[in-house]
Design a protein around this ligand. Structure first.
Ligand code: GLY
Length: 398
């Protein structure tokens, strides 16, 4: 239910971008109804949530105590719910949840600091102006750049610093952690964060992009010399396949890096990734978990890949001035609203169903995932309330 009059007006008006993309009042009505559903669900579930929702088992959340890599999405979802509803209860809950991430800001044991601190603390600072969120996010950026390997020009994904396991391992997901670094450069005036983000993105473009625009999940380097070893995977079907959530992280991440740097290489790269994913997308508009798995496209779906991809495509449409990416995003969001919500279950605690965490490890198929909920809501609000979402996550370009 929408409680703030201002939010209700913003949610019903058709923006110029929406009109240009031929969006109908039907799709806007569907998106508003779904955002209302998300708020209603969150009102019912949030008071009982004491840690970070990680994945559902039989439709109920199971939790990570320290936030794992997913701890930014619950406070992020609550911030977005506060924007759509105008209900101050969500701000209070978002702050209490974000606060629990405080010990992680100095952590250097993996690359996930952008996932953890952007939707929670950067957004918290942008929406409240409280310096504590800004300072913590800057500390997290300082922690993240310690993982930069000068020889290979990449940010190491996994493994504690100083340990040899995974020391040369790069993953496509890291593209989503770079915006924390661009934030840090903008805030401090120190270019080193932006330079590392640009350098990592260039390395990713060079080694991950196949001629057809698809990507592997992983690329390995010799951590001592920086020499390339080759593609690999952990969450995709194989080193030569294309894990759909990874491809979506790439679309979103390269588009963001174009906006932050102005480098046309990143715009071209985002378009190549998007064009591959859109060619591989089936008429139901919900991505299969891996576009190049042997059974694809007749294999399990991943709604979270669709939600992330839709957000990236909305951004890309504007950055590239190509309305067809926006039209594709609207189709994906509509499909998620029509075929992937938990609306018919009275048990479900999440908003979105039909997610896949790690099909390859047989871990989490047909589940709900906090990043599907977060990015669906982000995507809906990118369409319904573009000014408010810009205020929350900063959609500006250099
Ligand atoms: N970043 C981990 C995942 O997408 O599953």
């Amino acid at each position: 239910m929408t409680t703030a009059a201002g939010a209700a007006v913003a949610a019903t008006s058709i923006t110029p971008a929406a009109a240009a993309a031929g969006e109908t009042t039907d799709s806007l009505r569907t998106f508003r109804r779904t955002a209302d559903y998300a708020v209603t669900k969150l009102r019912a579930v949030a008071p009982g949530v004491t840690a970070f929702p990680e994945i559902t088992r039989f439709e109920k959340w199971t939790y990570s105590q320290n936030g794992g890599w997913i701890g930014g999405f619950w406070p992020g979802t609550l911030w977005l719910a506060s924007l759509h509803s105008g209900d101050p209860q969500f701000r209070t809950l978002a702050m209490a949840s974000a606060e629990k991430l405080a010990p992680r800001q100095h952590e250097t044991r993996d690359h996930d600091l952008g996932f953890l601190f952007y939707p929670s603390w950067v957004t918290g600072w942008r929406l409240t102006g409280d310096e504590k969120w800004r300072t913590g996010a800057l500390n997290a950026a300082a922690s993240l750049i310690q993982r930069y390997n000068e020889k290979g020009r990449f940010i190491r994904a996994w493994g504690a610093l100083g340990t040899p396991g995974n020391a040369g391992r790069v993953i496509i997901d890291t593209m989503m952690n770079l915006d924390l670094l661009t934030f840090a450069s903008k805030q401090t005036g120190d270019r080193k964060y932006l330079d590392i983000a640009i350098s990592h993105a260039k390395t990713t473009e060079r080694v991950f992009l196949r001629p057809d625009g698809s990507t592997p999940h992983v690329f390995d380097f010799d951590p001592e010399t920086g020499a390339e070893i080759g593609p690999n995977t952990v969450q995709g079907y194989s080193p030569t396949s294309c894990w759909s959530r990874g491809q979506a992280w790439g679309i979103y991440g390269f588009t963001t890096m174009y906006r932050r740097s102005g480098d046309p290489l990143f715009l071209r790269t985002a378009q190549r990734l998007a064009d591959f994913a859109l060619r591989a997308l089936t008429p139901d508009n919900v991505p299969v978990w891996d576009y190049l798995a042997p059974q694809a496209p007749h294999d399990v779906k991943d709604s979270s890949a669709g939600a992330v991809m839709a957000c990236g495509l909305l951004d890309l449409a504007k950055a590239a001035n190509r309305p067809h990416y926006r039209e594709a995003a609207i189709r994906i969001l509509t499909a998620l609203c029509d075929t992937c919500l938990t609306t018919k279950s009275t048990r479900a605690e999440a908003i979105v169903a039909r997610g896949t965490r790690n099909r390859r490890a047989e871990d989490g198929v047909e589940v709900s995932l906090p990043y599907a909920d977060y990015y669906l809501l982000e995507g809906l609000l990118r369409v319904l309330m573009p000014k408010e979402i810009d205020k929350a996550i900063d959609l500006s370009s250099v």
